[in-house]
Design a protein around this ligand. Sequence first.
Ligand code: AP5
Length: 210
Amino acid sequence: MGMPGVGKGTQAARLCQDLGVPHVSTGGILRQAVASGAPLGLRARSYMASGGLVPDDLVEELVVERLGRPDAGDGFVLDGFPRSVEQVAMLDRILARLGQRLDGVFLLTASPAEIIRRLGGRRVCPRCDRVYHVDNQPPRSPGVCDACGSALVQRPDDAESVVRERLEVYARQTLPIVEGYLARGVLREVNGVGEPQDVAVRLRLAVGQA
Ligand code: AP5
């Protein structure tokens, strides 16, 4: 969990490599659906473009489908889900059905100024969704994805006005679930500031303690 741009995707990808489990990013799956013109993407597109949350029925459909695949049988890292009180209940229902349990919730933190700096410099690969930053995590060759050679782009929802809306949506709909997870004793806060590898060490430590 954490504010838009705090480093959830960057850290989830590293953690999954380390743990050998799939990285389930609802934002990533939705972006792929939009790019491919799939029905799910057509319905999600306008919500994503404006910075709002995609309706719960769509999110439930994609999470159930993804977590039901065989590679998720031994566990997974969720990135960007749940992000509302309703989605917390949704996750509980899905996990109960799958016979899985929630091991931990990790909240990455950074100041709003750092968030704006990160989102302003973010570049992503439209093909494989790999994330870069023009200063902090530049690709080997400027503007080109290290992994697949595609031209990097800025995410449309990283435009300043949409970022403002995403931050407001986070404060209004996602922050309230922090209290609930704290009360359940499963939430750990991880300082998201510093070199990505240093944040990864802190996160790994917190995961080990969960
Ligand atoms: P989503 O893709 O989940 O967006 P988000 O939560 O706003 O998070 P971001 O992907 O913007 O940032 P991040 O925290 O992953 O940071 P990153 O690692 O990229 O969702 C997009 C949209 O989809 C939503 O707005 C909504 O419409 C919809 N959606 C998704 N899930 C949904 C759900 N459950 N329900 C309903 N709707 C949903 O890092 C950011 C930048 O910082 C990068 O450039 C990176 O290189 C850099 N960086 C990372 N770590 C560091 C560091 N330690 N130091 C310096 N720079 C760093």
